[in-house]
Design a protein around this ligand. Structure first.
Ligand SMILES: Nc1ncnc2c1ncn2[C@@H]1O[C@H](COP(=O)(O)OP(=O)(O)OP(=O)(O)O)[C@@H](O)[C@H]1O
Ligand SMILES: [Mg+2]
Length: 260
């Protein structure tokens, strides 16, 4: 079976710093892959490189066997790679519903002529997009916030809105950067359950960066561990939890560094 995501010997440099070093990984369709590692390990930079928002110094990225590395970020997004943000960047002046509608827009495209003249087709598509967006908002307990402007939301609610936006676009692959940071344990559990339910129904493959090991161990099929830009271990969550190298590099510090 063709991988959903193939990363081949990917490297990213910032001046003299090698933030991602020769990273290779393969994620199967439908898989939930975990990505962990200490602060500064290169996890976010790896996502940035896959989505085309930082230049790569070497290597390749393929989606369903087709190279996407080298394409501009908007083209990579259109091919079906979505992301959520560690530090959410909402359209601050738009409502929660409109932020999510931006996500739905990717796969319910209205031809410009129809949109410009507000034809019945444009109206039907708009209705459908709004219905889809509201359904996703409901899954994330966000219906009450639908008319609230994003700038007014607390951080944990913004994180849920960002998840809703990204999932509403139904990408083939969704890269989630610390989706539960800033959430209470029960908020985290509800948000992850909602994300997984949508991902399963819509056949969205997930790669999830997460410092909450309780969430990660329950969620991931396979966990990849990064340190200093490179991959230091990969395996089932139960194996990773017992891996001496991983304990020394990361898990041992988890108690004092629980929220990254
Ligand atoms: N745009 C940038 N310019 C220069 N250096 C950067 C840039 N982005 C990241 N870095 C550096 O690259 C390294 C990896 O950072 P990155 O944010 O990818 O780590 P991370 O694993 O996501 O960490 P955290 O768990 O804290 O989010 C760090 O040393 C960071 O300072
Ligand atoms: Mg990060």
């Amino acid at each position: 079976m063709t991988d959903r995501l193939t990363v081949e010997r990917l490297s990213v440099r910032f001046g003299g710093l090698i933030a991602v070093r020769d990273v290779s990984l393969r994620v199967a369709p439908g898989e939930i892959r975990g990505l962990i590692g200490p602060n500064g390990a290169g996890k976010t930079t790896l996502i940035n490189a896959i989505t085309g928002t930082v230049p790569i110094a070497g290597g390749r990225v393929l989606l369903d066997g087709l190279a996407v590395s080298g394409l501009p970020a908007h083209a990579i997004s259109r091919r079906g790679i979505g992301r959520t943000f560690q530090h959410v960047e909402p359209f601050a002046e738009l409502s929660v519903l409109d932020n999510v509608l931006v996500g739905v827009g990717r796969h319910s495209h209205v031809p410009l002529a129809h949109a410009a003249f507000a034809t019945p087709l444009a109206h039907r598509r708009e209705d459908q997009a709004a219905r889809e967006a509201l359904a996703v908002l409901e899954r994330f307990d966000l219906l009450a916030y639908r008319h609230t402007v994003a700038a007014e939301l607390p951080f944990a609610v913004l994180k849920r809105m960002d998840l809703a936006r990204a999932l509403a676009a139904r990408p083939a692959l969704l890269l989630m950067d610390e989706p539960t940071s800033g959430m209470s344990e029960s908020e985290a559990d509800r948000a992850i359950a909602a994300a997984c339910a949508i991902a399963e129904a819509e056949k969205i493959t997930l790669l999830v960066i997460e410092h909450n090991m309780r969430v990660m161990m329950a969620l991931a099929h396979t966990v990849t561990v990064m340190q200093n830009g490179g991959v230091i271990a990969e395996g089932k969550p139960s194996e990773i939890q017992r891996n001496r190298t991983v304990i020394d590099a990361y898990l041992g510090d988890e108690a004092i560094d629980a929220v990254g």
